[in-house]
Design a protein around this ligand. Structure first.
Ligand SMILES: Nc1ncnc2c1ncn2[C@@H]1O[C@H](COP(=O)(O)OP(=O)(O)OP(=O)(O)O)[C@@H](O)[C@H]1O
Ligand SMILES: CCCCCCCCCCCCC/C=C/[C@@H](O)[C@H](CO)NC(C)=O
Ligand SMILES: [Ca+2]
Length: 596
């Protein structure tokens, strides 16, 4: 066995086959040798993707089993196991058992691998604070963590302090107020709502400690060092899906273990001079606000509530008036219609790091963090007024299982900008075409009533007269009283239903008038839709901010580039990552692993 500072090499056996195994600063690789010492297949694993090494023959799934043989060791590492339901690559735990000629050699291998992990994969977390929402998604959060994630953390030597939440906002408050000394990161087991709690906790805590106010709409915020991990166990899992490419608990756990780090843009939403909320995936008015408001009444349906409410609100065919003002981002850097995708190691995002934090160096990424707006002239505000089906602002693609390419397929995770999508009022078929394109690879922006802009900031105002159209007002108009509906029948007995149905490609008004619908008390279940849509439609919608309804309608938004960091690496390019990395002969230097 040869040992120098960065290299270990010896013969090892896997089963009855002999291999030449080598450990360098970057790779652990093993090459099969035939009887004449000719090299056959090579498998290479990056040191940064080694999960752990154990003495003996060890299995951890489905249950931990240890056979403490004194010449064997077991290597655990990231294995790419194909493409998930989304755009990304599914990871699983790879395991290989090696046999050495002597116990001494076995001990040297185990020690050297552990040393290599400490030295060459230093960003790994050692201690994590984990919040499990037992009620998120299909209510499987606890089971997912204990059966799939905890054994991996234990294998990797990560100690986790677990809090099973008992109320909404418990995780946020814990991060804001409790002692976090010794924790390298916080992890949520849940959906986008749980992620949002961690996001608010981490940003708020960082600003408190930096002595900065979160309320100044044009203020600069301190980027956060504490990493956030997401174990997906929610209904939409949009943030996980858009930053990892799949919503798979094991894949996410492995990204956390190896200490991947993905910066993320965050949009701060203000009302006048107060911070309302932060968002990473969607600040949406009109359709997405209405769907959320409707879905909240049907939480008992679980993840299906969004499909149900989506159909209902589509049939209601609403649109809303307003004025959107926005500050364009530099069009020379990228465009929402340039047909590129933000993938792992994205050039646009890497260049943005230098632009957003010009004085920082790679060792202390945020050493001079507060520079992002100070030396920039804001540019000119643009303005668009009219009637909109929906207005969406997203800091990232917002891909999710329902929409694998997302709301804005070419948006970047960490470029300091958001994409503003304005969908003007159109007929129901047009809007259906727009929505349907989210589920295919057809360009949803290539429609005459849709425009998209890459922006740094957005403001929304209501038309004069709709001054204080706050969320409560929306709630009131949604819940028209029986008396109001009786009145509608009396005043306009022949007023047609405002919703339309699509039949054989042509749109027809459903034959339904107020008189035909009858008084609310006398309605059948089948009249429910008419009750929802034909009551006086509200003039004002609500904002959906990452799955929460905002209490204000007139808001201003500003994108803070790379404000937080997730344990993720963006979406891996399948062609460069899957299958190729484990065999240097097959990849011919094309994979991420061997192309360096
Ligand atoms: N113990 C709890 N009881 C009630 N609500 C909770 C509890 N813990 C967390 N919450 C709240 O539940 C909300 C929804 O949870 P979560 O995001 O995990 O699941 P989801 O709504 O099903 O998924 P998604 O957000 O992806 O659609 C969160 O906003 C969170 O604040
Ligand atoms: C005819 C088929 C219509 C399908 C329409 C699919 C449109 C999907 C667009 C998905 C956008 C998701 C944006 C993410 C928002 C999340 O922040 C939020 C919280 O989980 N989710 C929702 C549903 O508001
Ligand atoms: Ca962005």
């Amino acid at each position: 066995m040869e040992i120098n500072t960065l290299k270990v090499e010896s013969s090892l056996w896997i089963g009855n086959k002999r291999y030449r195994a080598a450990l360098s600063a970057w790779y652990f690789s093993w090459t099969e040798l035939d009887k004449k010492n000719r090299e056959k297949k090579t498998v290479s694993v990056r040191v940064s993707e080694v999960i752990g090494v154990e003495d003996g023959r060890v299995e951890i799934q489905p249950q931990k089993k240890v056979e403490d043989t004194d010449r064997d060791f077991t290597l655990f590492y990231v294995k790419r196991s194909g493409r998930g339901s989304g755009q990304g690559v599914l990871w699983s735990l790879g395991r290989t058992q090696f046999s050495c000629p002597s116990r001494d050699l076995r001990d040297q291998w185990v020690t050297q691998v552990r040393t290599a992990l400490k030295t060459h994969s230093p960003a790994r977390p050692h201690r994590l604070l984990v919040f499990i929402n037992p009620f998120g998604g299909k209510r499987r959060g606890k089971q997912i963590f204990h059966s799939l994630v905890a054994p991996l953390f234990e294998l990797a030597g990560i100690s986790s302090h677990v809090v099973v939440t008992e109320r909404a906002n418990q995780a946020r408050d814990h991060i804001l107020k409790k002692d976090l000394t010794g924790f390298d990161g916080v992890v949520c087991v849940g959906g986008d709502g749980m992620f949002s709690e961690l996001l608010h906790g981490v940003i708020g805590r960082t600003q408190q400690e930096a002595g900065l106010s979160e309320h100044d709409p044009s203020g600069v915020l301190q980027p956060c060092d504490l990493h956030i991990g997401i174990i997906p166990a929610g209904s939409t899992d949009c943030v996980c899906f858009a930053t990892v490419g799949v919503n798979d608990p094991v894949t996410s756990a492995l990204h956390i273990i190896i200490g991947d780090s993905q910066p993320l843009d965050v949009c701060a939403v203000h009302h006048q001079s107060s911070l309302v909320r932060y968002s990473v995936s969607l600040v949406g008015y009109g359709f997405y606000g209405d769907v959320l408001a409707e879905s909240e009444r049907h939480r008992w349906m679980g993840p299906l509530r969004y499909d149900y409410s989506g159909c209902m609100m589509y049939l209601c065919n609403r649109s809303y008036q307003g004025t959107v003002q926005f500050l364009l981002a530099d069009p020379g850097l990228s465009s929402p219609r340039d047909k590129t995708r933000c993938l792992s190691g994205c050039r646009v995002c890497s260049e943005s790091t230098e632009r957003l934090f010009p004085l920082s160096d790679s060792c202390s990424l945020y050493s001079d963090k507060l520079s992002q707006y100070s030396d920039q002239s804001e540019g000119e505000w643009m303005s668009v007024s009219g009637r909109f089906k929906c207005i969406s602002l997203t800091c990232m693609s917002s891909s999710c299982p329902k929409s694998p390419l997302g709301l804005s397929p070419s948006a970047h995770l960490a470029d300091g900008t958001g994409d503003l999508i304005l969908v003007r009022d159109t007929n129901a078929l047009g809007f259906l075409t727009y929505l349907h394109r989210h589920t295919t690879s057809q360009d949803q922006f290539d429609l005459p009533f849709v425009e998209v802009h890459r922006v740094k900031a957005v403001k929304f105002t209501l038309p004069p007269g709709e001054d204080s159209g706050e969320a409560e007002k929306y709630e009131r108009s949604e819940q028209n009283t029986e008396e109001e509906e009786e009145e509608a029948v009396m005043e306009h007995p022949d007023k047609p239903c405002v919703h339309e149905s699509s039949k054989s490609g042509s749109l027809q008004h459903l034959a339904c008038t107020a008189k035909e619908r009858g008084a609310p008390g006398k309605r059948k279940t089948s009249d429910f839709l008419c009750g929802l849509c034909c009551s006086k439609p509200p003039a004002v919608s609500v904002w959906n901010c990452d799955g929460e309804i905002l209490p204000h309608t007139e808001i201003s938004c500003r994108v803070h580039g790379q404000l937080v960091r997730l344990y993720a690496r963006g979406i891996e390019d399948e062609a460069r990552a899957v299958g190729l990395c484990e065999d240097s002969r097959d990849c011919k230097g094309k994979c991420v692993l061997h192309s360096r």
